[in-house]
Design a protein around this ligand. Structure first.
Ligand SMILES: C[S@@+](CC[C@H](N)C(=O)[O-])C[C@H]1O[C@@H](n2cnc3c(N)ncnc32)[C@H](O)[C@@H]1O
Length: 207
């Protein structure tokens, strides 16, 4: 039998669960929406920059003869990046086994986007260059190689069964370090709190 206190307690816990779910869903949708707004936000900024430039006196504009062409190439880059972003956000609704976040709460329409969130999309794109492109190899050699070498020194593959050694990469970002460690045969798990990173690492590692 349930006492009144127990019932009040469990309905309070249920309320908290629902509230946490709602906040989590809203955050999930906010991150998705930020990714999706990348193109319009970027093009808007370039267009403003162009019109500001064109308002300058002619002699000032002549000091930067390539500026308009440069803005054109930025536009092209934004469009290419956006194609990539569309792949990242595709099929993310069922990304987590224990949650479905695709339910639309209408949140999208009410809360304005901040430039802090858009900066996170840009940081994520830059991180892709470092973690997953050829251009990033030099930086990966500086950042990740010493960590991998240290693991291999402490748990040498010729002296121990590395498939029984578990390594945690805290704050794993786009997952490149965890991927490299797993590639050496160790058991490796990364954790990551940011959905910007989690959507992106899911795209690059699992799809
Ligand atoms: C400085 S970045 C490093 C990312 C990655 N290791 C790299 O080298 O590119 C730190 C990362 O830790 C994540 N992070 C911060 N606090 C965290 C927490 N409490 N749990 C899991 N991840 C966290 C951040 O979202 C961010 O991606």
């Amino acid at each position: 039998m349930c006492s009144a206190t127990n019932m009040a307690h469990s309905s309070n816990a249920a309320y908290q669960d629902n509230e946490e779910d709602r906040l989590e869903r809203e955050h999930f949708q906010k991150v998705l929406r930020t990714f999706r707004k990348y193109k319009s936000h970027g093009i808007e900024r370039v267009t403003k920059c162009q019109s500001d430039f064109q308002r300058l006196p002619q002699n000032h504009q002549k000091m930067l003869p390539d500026f308009i062409r440069h803005l054109g190439s930025i536009r092209t880059c934004i469009e290419h990046n956006y194609e990539f972003i569309l792949q990242i956000v595709k099929n993310t609704d069922n990304m987590f086994e224990n949650r479905v976040h695709g339910i639309n709460t209408g949140f999208d329409l009410i809360v304005p986007l901040t430039s802090i969130e858009m900066d996170k999309v840009q940081t994520t794109l830059r991180q892709f260059v470092r973690d997953w492109s050829e251009d990033g190899q030099k930086e990966r050699d500086t950042d990740y190689k010493p960590i991998i070498e240290e693991i291999m020194k402490r748990f040498p593959p010729d002296k121990c069964d590395v498939s029984k050694i578990s390594v945690l990469v805290p704050g794993a970002g786009l997952g490149r370090l965890a991927y490299e460690i797993a590639g050496k045969g160790y058991i490796c798990q990364g954790n990551e709190i940011s959905l910007f990173m989690l959507f992106s690492s899911n795209f690059i590692l699992n799809r």
